[in-house]
Ligand binder design. Structure first.
Ligand SMILES: Nc1nc2c(c(=O)[nH]1)N=C(COP(=O)(O)OP(=O)(O)O)CN2
Ligand SMILES: Nc1ccc(C(=O)O)cc1
Length: 338
């Protein structure tokens, strides 16, 4: 367990960032974003202490490697990952996109500007039941095979090594695991034999148990520390660090307050020096903060949270509403170009 985390702080955008970088007073962090100081969080005596360090206090700062460049994805702007849930029971769109409807949906998302398609066959919403390997393969592989020629990389959203293997054979080129390779002990050794990017998302427990009173001493510090452990385990299994992408797991073993602290403090994940994916789309914290509106009314809150994520250096936004998010990202970029 690491006891010290150093991450960027004092984030600046647009013309101010450009001027400060030119003057040697800021370093580039992510597309459109620079930072002027370092934050240090230290665990000591059971508590986490935070202080602020000057820019030159962490010499050798290098921006994260880009595992997506090899897939032809651009490095100079945030990416939008469009969600295709080939499930009967996903929390916001279950039952709408199975089989041919899933393929059509994938095509629409690409036309709307998705940079990546994330195709999943098992809902992991709170309380959801596990799906068998064969059922999951039968759901996702035909849709992956049909969507692979659409011109954007396909990621498979699964926790199971056998599903990863079948999905990669069907044309997927990215693996997205909401258990950070902890659910299936065969996943990390299998992925060590393959060169694809791997998304490690933070959670605790299983979908069945994760929302039963999640507790953290310091949620930001602990999520970063637990992601660091997941990365170390992946590397120990033989997966290159340069292939990893990390994700705080919004809504997974988190209360509303935890989710807000993680989005507000997202830049702390840059302590890991890896690209950050953020998945806030339509999630229940947005409903909880807005009179419990149902999932289909949460687009405005989803966009607000996604833009907050970009302000803190998120590289990929995982979303249901691709056209709307692309429009928001376009404006965000127009206001932040370095
Ligand atoms: N990396 C990553 N993967 C995820 C994330 C997320 O935040 N990050 N959220 C999910 C939940 O959204 P979805 O619409 O897929 O819901 P479901 O679990 O009910 O299918 C499912 N998968
Ligand atoms: N798989 C998940 C689906 C939805 C949520 C949420 O709404 O918070 C969390 C996890």
């Amino acid at each position: 367990m690491i006891d010290e985390q150093i991450s960027p702080l004092g984030l600046v955008r647009g013309a101010e960032a450009q001027a400060l970088i030119g003057a040697g007073l800021a370093l580039a962090l992510a597309p459109g974003l620079a930072f002027t100081r370092h934050a240090r969080a230290r665990r000591a005596g059971g508590a986490v202490h935070r202080d602020i360090l000057p820019l030159d206090a962490a010499p050798g700062y290098t921006p994260p490697a880009d595992p997506l460049a090899a897939l032809g994805l651009p490095g100079e702007r945030p990416l939008v990952m469009g969600i295709v849930n080939v499930t009967p029971d996903s929390f916001s769109d279950g039952g709408r996109f199975q089989g041919a409807a899933g393929v059509q949906h994938a095509e629409r998302l690409v036309a709307a500007g998705a940079d990546i398609l994330d195709i999943g066959g098992e809902s992991t919403r709170p309380g959801s039941a596990e799906v068998s390997v064969q059922e999951e393969i039968d759901r996702v592989c035909p849709v992956i095979a049909a969507a692979a020629p659409f011109g954007v990389p396909v990621s498979v959203d699964t926790r199971k090594a056998a599903v990863m293997q079948a999905a990669l054979a069907a044309g997927a080129t990215i693996v997205n695991d909401v258990s950070a390779l902890a659910f299936d002990p065969a996943a990390a050794p299998y992925l060590a034999t393959i060169g694809c990017p791997v998304i490690l998302m933070h959670t605790r427990g299983t979908p069945q148990t994760m929302q039963q009173d999640p507790r953290y001493g310091d949620v930001l510090f602990e999520v970063v520390a637990e992601l660091a452990s997941s990365c170390a385990l992946a590397q120990a299994a033989g997966i290159d660090r340069g292939r990893l992408i990390v994700d705080p797991g919004i809504g997974f073993a988190k209360t509303v307050a935890h989710n807000l602290a993680l989005i507000d403090g997202l830049h702390a994940l840059h302590a890991l020096r890896l690209p950050i994916l953020l998945g806030v789309s339509r999630k229940s914290f947005i409903g909880r903060l807005n009179g419990d509106i149902p999932a289909d009314g949460r687009l405005p809150g989803s966009l607000a949270a996604a833009m907050a994520g970009l302000d803190r250096g998120a590289r990929i936004l995982r979303v249901h509403d691709v056209a709307e998010t692309v429009q928001a990202v376009t404006i965000w970029r127009a206001l932040s170009v370095l």
